[in-house]
Write a protein that binds this ligand. Structure first.
Ligand code: SF4
Ligand code: SF4
Length: 336
């Protein structure tokens, strides 16, 4: 297939009148006319992919920064960002690339990106910063090429797409960090411009064969009232209590200027979550207890100081792709 042929479109000959196109990529299901863009500002009617390969940033990060704490710990990852997003979180930290397509971007082909990964001597690439899922054609091409070169694909995403696209992209994804922003259908829709049911489906589908970790940004007054946080915890636990949950503290950004989340509130949520989830971590606060510990003997396997980690000699890699506690031999959830 031509790389510039849009996917997940119900094309005009599929029945829409007046040359209109229905975009089936995400729950917004925008009806597009020639030259007009959908809510994501990226996908347009009339054929073609005007933002194919528009890469807003390329950087080499610690993999912990995605955040992924249980996948290839201590490794560096080449991270690329796109333009646009199909949601509109008022606290978006990357609004200058997610809420516009005007930000400076270079057109970079998947082949060039893979070349950069190899030149940097890396073994993994992250699709991140703004929302990668609204660029499925590029993602699928780059992810397929990455696998042909023995490079792992890491997706950092809002998880807000329809099932068909989710299945195809997940099948090429080795590890993902997916946002679970709140547990209210109404708030997902009205405040964030997303869909809780699509995100829940994405998380469940990805959990089957992909390493997943989940992030929730705690925004005071938005998602920390009532039972909402407990609903998030219960949902994650219903899939697996092994899934790492990153509880991250909100800081004012974009349209929201309410005061930052208090570190003690984040720690309290972590302690509460630990009753149901085995691996809970905080983000954006000073926390000297963000280590990964062997659940059998209590040895500290990974010691973390923000994104810096110390891999203690207790860990060894075995041929099955897992790490084991060097002290008691118990299999850990860490993967490579
Ligand atoms: S991906 Fe964009 S154009 Fe397609 S339905 Fe979602 S918001 Fe609309
Ligand atoms: S989903 Fe992510 S990138 Fe999109 S608006 Fe929300 S925080 Fe920003």
């Amino acid at each position: 297939m031509d790389t510039l042929t849009p996917r997940f479109f119900e094309l005009p000959d599929g029945g829409l009148p007046d040359g209109k196109t229905l975009c089936e990529l995400c729950p917004h299901r925008c009806v597009l006319t020639s030259g007009t863009a959908g809510l994501c500002k990226v996908r347009t009617g009339g054929g073609g992919l005007p933002f194919y390969g528009h890469i807003s940033s390329v950087a080499i990060d610690p993999i912990e920064k995605k955040p992924l704490f249980h996948y290839r710990p201590g490794e560096k990852i080449l991270s690329i960002g796109f333009v646009g997003c199909n949601m509109r979180c008022p606290f978006c930290q990357n609004w200058y690339i997610s809420q516009t397509t005007e930000s400076a971007a270079r057109v970079i082909s998947p082949e060039k990106i893979i070349e950069e990964v190899e030149e940097a001597g890396l073994k993994q690439i992250a699709y991140t910063y703004s929302e990668p899922l609204i660029h499925p054609e590029y993602l699928i091409n780059c992810m397929t090429l990455a696998h042909e070169h023995g490079i792992a694909n890491v997706l950092v995403s809002n998880g807000c797409v329809n099932e068909k696209a989710a299945a195809e992209i997940i099948s090429l994804t080795d590890a993902a960090n997916i946002d679970l922003k709140c547990f209210s259908d109404a708030n997902y829709k009205k405040i964030l411009g997303g869909s809780l049911s699509a995100v829940k489906h994405f998380i469940k589908a990805a959990s089957v064969n992909t390493h997943i970790e989940i992030t929730t940004l705690i925004v005071p007054g938005f998602n920390d009232g009532g039972d909402e946080i407990d609903d998030c915890i219960d949902f994650i636990a219903s899939i697996s209590n092994n899934i790492p949950w990153h509880i991250s503290a909100y800081h004012p950004a974009y349209k929201l200027n309410t005061p930052p989340a208090k570190p003690e509130d984040i720690i309290n949520i972590k302690e509460r979550a630990k009753q149901k989830l085995l691996y809970c971590y905080t983000g954006n606060i000073n926390d000297n207890d963000n280590n990964t510990v062997c659940l059998n003997c209590g040895s500290v396997l990974l010691r973390r100081d923000w994104y810096k980690i110390e891999i203690l000699e207790l860990i060894k890699k075995n041929a099955d792709g897992a790490y084991y506690c060097g002290l008691c031999g118990t299999k850990t959830p860490l993967r490579y």
